[in-house]
Design a protein around this ligand. Structure first.
Ligand code: SAM
Length: 239
């Protein structure tokens, strides 16, 4: 198994299989700001997100508040996964992004942090009205409501209405539904685009079809990140 340290996170190119997919012991996602004790547990030095512009500082304040006060019942990604979403969206120059599973908007706001600098937009889908309302409020507070569109309803039906090329997809909703989302969205993802899926370690059993599909196709390159937490797969649609 080839392991690489990228951006202080354990990213592994692993063959599909139970041992590769199992969550590993160690620090959870956490705030990603504290030095870790064990190898691969956390960055070797304190590594807090630092705002460069006023807009970025404001967004980071809202994210920090959500982290401290809104996590209960919201099933948000760990902070390190949010930071990875931002890094990948911004470094890839993403313009059109799609998220399935908004909750109260935590991961969406991390993604928007990258899109501020690419001129990109995010369409995010949420089936639960209460969480959708909370997300709208948070988007306003973070002043990203101009670049994010929240689609309320069953994403399996709603994504069928999406048109045009997509640069970046993040799946974080019903795990059994990941293979349907893949079937519907992969044709829209541009060559060189990314498709990320959350909980590939903690809920691998519910998404075996998806995991198989993204690891057996020669058209795709999939790596697994943050497996010491709940796990995130990152799939490149090859050019
Ligand atoms: C794990 S939470 C998302 C967390 C969010 N990505 C974050 O990190 O802030 C999953 C969300 O997906 C939503 N969901 C589940 N099935 C859905 C569906 N078919 N269509 C749209 N949203 C769905 C749930 O209501 C829930 O809010």
């Amino acid at each position: 198994m080839l392991r690489r340290a990228i951006l202080g996170m354990a990213i592994a190119a692993v063959p599909m299989g139970a041992s590769a997919l199992a969550a590993q012991p160690g620090a959870g996602g956490g705030p990603g700001s504290r030095p870790g004790r064990g190898p691969g547990a956390a960055p070797p030095v304190e590594n807090k997100p630092l705002g460069k512009s006023d807009a970025e500082k404001k967004i980071l304040e809202v994210l920090d508040d959500m982290d401290r006060n809104q996590r209960r019942g919201m099933m948000n990604v760990p902070t390190d996964d949010g930071r990875l979403l931002r890094v990948l969206a911004e470094s890839g120059g993403a313009k059109q992004c799609v998220e399935i599973g908004t909750s109260n908007g935590y991961s969406a706001i991390w993604t928007c942090l990258g899109l501020l600098n690419t001129g990109g937009k995010l369409v995010t889908h949420e089936i639960d009205a209460g969480r959708a309302n909370a997300a709208r409020e948070n988007f306003k507070r973070a002043a990203v409501d101009g670049i994010v569109t929240l689609v309320e309803g069953d994403a399996h039906k709603e994504v069928a209405k999406l048109k045009g090329s997509i640069d970046f997809v993040f799946l974080d909703a019903d795990k059994e539904g990941y293979s349907d989302y893949l079937k519907q969205l992969l044709p829209l993802v541009r060559p060189g685009g990314l498709l990320l899926a959350h909980n590939v370690g903690s809920q691998a059993g519910a998404m075996q079809d998806y995991l198989k599909a993204v690891t057996v196709s020669p058209d795709l390159e999939t790596i697994f990140a943050n497996m010491q937490g709940t796990g995130l797969s990152i799939t490149l649609k090859k050019r």
